[in-house]
Design a protein around this ligand. Sequence first.
Ligand code: ADE
Length: 224
Amino acid sequence: MRIDVITVLPELLDSPINHSIVKRARNKRLADIYVHNLRDYGKGNYKQIDDYAFGGGAGMVMMIEPIFEIIEKLKSERSYDEIIYVTPDGEQFKQSTANHLSTFENIIILCGHYKGVDHRVRERLVTKEISIGDYVLSGGELAAAVIIDTIVRIIPGAISDETSALTDSFQDNLLSPPVYTRPPEFNGWKVPDILLSGNHKLIDKWNEEQAFERTQRLRPDLLE
Ligand code: ADE
């Protein structure tokens, strides 16, 4: 899949897209990620991309022209399944959203800054609005990084152990069971005997029970 990110702070995406699983997926061409600096599409000598809000009030608003220009340019090159604006008042991002987005060919993620974008961008250009949680970030870049990471890691082939993405917490609306590694005993604190038993049928059953118990205790809303 191809992901185009539009931002005024491309540096904020540098680390998340150049490490670990996302880096590997990019190297394997499972995900092509392009980060575009909106400033390059700014107006006039000062490459202006924001202006005062009509009607007053503190904070700058991102102008429609540069955003329109880059989106039109990208759309002239290929068709996009979704043009996403990340914003705290968007629909809540969930694993199911990521699963759906990961099946797409091409998406755009537009990051807001300052007081956000001219509302006509949201009404006319954007096809989906996503929030990663009920809190306000300084800009959309960290939200875009979260969305990209979540989508890319579940593209088949991105994780070496193909099944491991499927056993993540939330993939079946259950939290993951606890995991342990060597040593089997530390400071007198023991790993549950069953995990050392070698009986995979019983271990699977134990994992399922633990997942259910943890979900019931920590996130009962997921079972509703
Ligand atoms: N931009 C600022 N805060 C955000 C949030 N919580 N989710 C998505 N985009 C944002």
